[in-house]
Write a protein that binds this ligand. Structure first.
Ligand SMILES: Cc1cc2nc3c(=O)[nH]c(=O)nc-3n(C[C@H](O)[C@H](O)[C@H](O)COP(=O)(O)OP(=O)(O)OC[C@H]3O[C@@H](n4cnc5c(N)ncnc54)[C@H](O)[C@@H]3O)c2cc1C
Ligand code: SF4
Length: 526
């Protein structure tokens, strides 16, 4: 029988969110015999809910509650209510994600020491080094089943999409070309099947080849008897006592009824928009600016990666949709090399889109349908695509604030998500676009074009780690500087964005945090 905890049981850790951070943490705590209650705003999906239909899946699982896109970038016009692509469901964004699992590089943990002050950027070193995190990278890779050295699983075969890009990239002089590391099985691993190379990974993987907390960590945590997951449970407010310790989480269930779950510790893992939103919403007489916000840094330094997406029309059919969505990675430009005119690097990740998404990405406002779009669609089977994933500098004014008047269905202020480019981001993006074009030119593309920028799915920052309490929200363990038993367990704790996709680092940090919480509980400090 499924474990049930009483609302008054204050021995449980309450985890808010069941995605990469929250789902991993719940399972890791369960393995240590620590009780937890996971509150997840979205519903629970089954394997047979997954279908190879981009729009069906997008509408079914995405976080579509109102959010306001703000800032000088074109996204305010093209996607005014969709600043970010995030999942609302048990498993969080790991249902959608594509499985690219890169480690951060050592210098990316100490940006400020490497490059000093940069005007307009709020650069800081992480309070944790690559060397400290490395053992947890290995654990995370084994945990998720990442192809490569830690698991011994071979990399994926190169699909046509990557072969085309790679042919051009090699002519341009790039050497670091790989079809991994990916958290997608190339052989049976961890009771999950190998990849069928059928494509559509971002609609969810029906075969379970791609790691997702939806069908790994969450059911395993529940099966242990130490974890209860409550789907359709939106956390509204974190409460605290007179000493300023977190004591309970108030949440609304699927029928809108409110409950209060008492807690020994609270771990917030709602992704980089909802996590600061919840802290800001939890203001009180003792914490008038929101919980854990004595620094004023909650909601600030929102980073998403400096991105762009380039397509090439090739002379022969490519069928880019066959094989994993992000089938290959080129890392030559990920290096630290300010001689290019910008700090930070980027990876070039070959990417495919299905026909409906491709049409929407070409023309987000549906205003077009001119020749430019129809001729590209006519050539769909000849397309190859590449996505630029580049370091996005932390800028204090980029972030999450609460709307003054607009409220959601629970009566909570709607989040306003402001994102502008630092001049460094613009330079990096232009360089990436130019290099991607060079690769496709060298591969013999007949036409090369960029699609308008789309809502990002790599949301980090907004509750960042810092050595000193005045510079950020959490310390090296994700524990808030202000509140001893309040933790941040998701990508919002990132101090910098790196040139790499974030999830492997989120999982490594969650595994490390679980060890820390268990040790502190053993010492009766929590
Ligand atoms: C299409 C797509 C492709 C991607 N591809 C990659 C990739 O290849 N590689 C990579 O590294 N990353 C990728 N990502 C990003 C990756 O999925 C995220 O970085 C990661 O899942 C974030 O983890 P998280 O724990 O911060 O949040 P999530 O995994 O988003 O989990 C947050 C959860 O919290 C819940 N929640 C939020 N607020 C509340 C609340 N108040 N109460 C209760 N529950 C709440 C949400 O419903 C959600 O389930 C991709 C994302 C998308 C959408
Ligand atoms: S290509 Fe592989 S990982 Fe992607 S959905 Fe198919 S089986 Fe899953």
């Amino acid at each position: 029988m499924a474990t049930r905890f009483d609302h008054d049981d204050d021995s449980v850790v309450v985890i808010i969110g069941s995605g990469a951070g929250g789902g991993t943490l719940a399972n890791a705590l369960a393995k240590k015999g620590i009780n937890s209650v996971v509150l997840e705003a979205g519903k629970r999906y089954q394997m047979n809910d997954i279908e190879n239909d981009e729009w069906e899946m997008f509408k079914k699982i995405s976080w579509l509650d109102e959010r306001i896109t703000a800032g000088p970038r074109q996204l305010t016009e093209t996607f005014p209510g969709l600043p970010a692509w995030i999942v609302k469901g048990v498993g969080g964004s790991t249902i959608h994600w594509a499985g690219v699992s890169l480690r951060f590089q050592p210098h990316e943990f100490k940006w400020h020491s490497e490059v000093g002050d940069i005007a307009g950027a709020n650069l800081l070193d992480w309070p944790i080094s690559y060397e400290e995190l490395e053992p947890y990278y290995v654990k995370a890779e084994r945990h998720m089943g990442v192809t490569g050295e830690s698991t011994g699983m071979p990399y994926h075969q190169w699909n046509n999409n990557f072969k085309v890009l790679a042919a051009g990239a090699e002519r341009v002089g790039y050497k670091q070309l790989r079809s991994g590391p990916m958290a997608i099985n190339t052989e049976a691993y961890d009771d999950r099947a190998r990849c069928m190379q059928a494509g559509f990974c971002m609609q969810g993987c029906r075969f379970g080849a791609k790691w997702s907390t939806m069908y790994t960590d969450i059911p395993r945590a529940e099966a242990s008897g130490y974890c209860e997951v409550r789907p359709r449970s939106m956390a509204l407010k974190i409460e605290h006592d007179d000493q300023g310790r977190a004591t309970a989480v108030v949440y609304a269930d699927g029928d809108g009824n409110q409950h209060r779950q008492r807690a020994r510790a609270v771990c917030v893992a709602g992704n980089s928009i909802e996590s600061p939103r919840l802290l800001l919403n939890s203001h009180s007489a003792m914490f008038p600016d929101g919980l854990a916000n004595s620094s004023g840094q909650v909601g600030r330094n929102y980073m998403t990666h400096a991105t762009s997406c380039i397509f090439g029309v090739m002379p022969k059919p490519v069928h880019m949709h066959r094989g994993t969505t992000f089938a290959g990675i080129i890392s030559d430009e990920a290096r630290l090399d300010p001689s290019r005119g910008f700090v930070g690097g980027y990876t070039l990740e070959v990417m495919s889109l299905g026909v409906p998404f491709f049409a929407k990405f070409m023309d987000p406002t549906n205003a077009g349908w001119g020749r430019e779009i129809t001729t590209a669609l006519d050539k769909y089977d000849h397309l190859s695509g590449v996505w630029i994933c580049g370091e996005d500098l932390p800028v204090e004014t980029n972030g999450i604030t609460l709307h003054d008047t607009k409220k959601d269905q629970h009566g909570l202020p709607v989040p306003v998500v402001y994102k502008g480019d630092h001049p460094n981001d613009e330079k990096l993006r232009r360089h990436g676009e130019q290099q991607a074009r060079r690769c496709y030119e060298a591969a013999g593309a007949e036409r090369i074009f960029k699609v308008p920028d789309f809502p990002t799915s790599h949301n980090v920052g907004t509750n960042r780690m810092s050595a000193k309490a005045q510079d950020g929200v959490v310390n090296q363990w994700g524990q808030t500087h202000d509140i001893d038993n309040l933790f941040i367990s998701d990508g919002s704790q990132f101090t910098s964005s790196g040139a790499e996709n974030p999830t492997l680092t989120i999982v490594a940090l969650a595994l490390r945090q679980a060890d820390h919480i268990a040790e502190r509980m053993q010492r009766q400090e929590l």
